[in-house]
Design a protein around this ligand. Sequence first.
Ligand code: ZN
Length: 198
Amino acid sequence: MSAVQVIPERSGTAFRLAAGERLVVIDPRGEQVADLLAFNADDTDEVISSGRTLDYAEKIWLTTGDLLYSNRSNVLLEIEEDTVGRHDFLLTPCSYDTFHHFYPGLEPHRGCFGNLVAALAPYGIVADRIPVAFNCFMNVPIDAETGRLRVLPPISRAGDHIAFRARRDLIVGLTACSAPDSNGGSFKPIHYRIEPAA
Ligand SMILES: [Zn+2]
């Protein structure tokens, strides 16, 4: 088993994940969101798509056994394990603009969006190519009558994790989210590890 990598609070990273390898995203302290993006490593115009994925899944809450599709309808990742069962695939990564919109009294932060842009720049991926991320551990309940969204603290506890199997060679972006409401009001690190192909 590979070593655990640490994403410090309010930061992000990017790395290659080969087809067959497994990415385990861990919430080490609990109540911390991690935004995940995955691009086809051979053609970064192909990227995970919330719209395709939710359409094919016929639901908005994804967990073990569900597939994350690309904008070209290829499966990029499969969720193999999930100790939480509540994640979000509707909302865009938090950003300066998110802070101006929701937190006008707080010092703005570049957020997951800025952290992803910086981490993915070495792979030639620019800001306008950043789509809706799969937001691990993000808790966004929906009123079934009105469709109203709320962002509540994650239900993840210390040591909870979600594991993804890569179906293609990928470039993955991953953050420790920077938005107060998404993370129960405090910012914690995210851990991850990459396990070899089975
Ligand atoms: Zn965020």
